[in-house]
Design a protein around this ligand. Structure first.
Ligand SMILES: [Zn+2]
Ligand SMILES: [Zn+2]
Length: 178
């Protein structure tokens, strides 16, 4: 299956493994870790809230490198977020751009804008985060999905939530019950 990525030529998963192995546990300061844990908790509760607020069916995927299919795609797209920020291809709200530490953020697969979870930033960037007419295509395979359009899928990596619109086939592939 053809899969769409921001950086098709960069294996973000391999990069992630390399960085993770290079980082010793002791290299993180306690205050950074505390802030990181708070951001993680915020992202997790936001994930649940987004799912319950959305009228449409939403599937939340645990992500893993062990599985193939949609989980692997979601993980790679999540890993592309910091990469895109570093390369300037993804723009964040001002809190993300000059963030002094880890904060919870929301990324959507059809936009190159990511925002922090403050109400202020949500409201300001809502138009850019909302899917428009041309985003009736599946974010993973690019297939046009007839109305009501792609189904919403969400996944979380650390403090980052990714929302994607997927066709039935992409959602189904690689996911066992649940
Ligand atoms: Zn913000
Ligand atoms: Zn698809």
């Amino acid at each position: 299956m053809k899969e769409r990525y921001l950086y098709p030529h960069i294996d973000a998963l391999a990069l992630f493994d390399a960085v993770r192995q290079g980082l010793g546990e002791g290299s993180v300061s306690p205050s950074w870790r505390e802030q990181s844990e708070a951001a993680l908790a915020e992202a997790s509760s936001m994930l649940g809230l987004l799912a319950s607020l959305s009228g449409a069916p939403v599937s939340i995927h645990p992500i893993t490198t062990q599985e193939g299919g949609v989980q692997r795609w979601l993980l790679r797209r999540l890993l592309e977020v910091p990469l895109g920020l570093a390369m300037g291809d993804i723009r964040g709200c001002e809190h993300v751009e000059k963030g002094a530490g880890p904060i919870a953020v929301l990324a959507v697969a059809w936009s190159r804008r990511i925002v922090c979870l403050s109400r202020e930033c949500f409201e300001r960037y809502l138009e850019e985060l909302r899917p428009h007419g041309e985003e009736m295509a599946c974010d993973r395979c690019g297939t046009h999905v007839p109305p009501p359009g792609p189904r919403t899928a969400m996944a979380q990596l650390g403090h980052t939530i990714l929302v994607a619109g997927l066709c039935q086939e992409c959602l189904g592939a690689g996911t066992q019950a649940g």
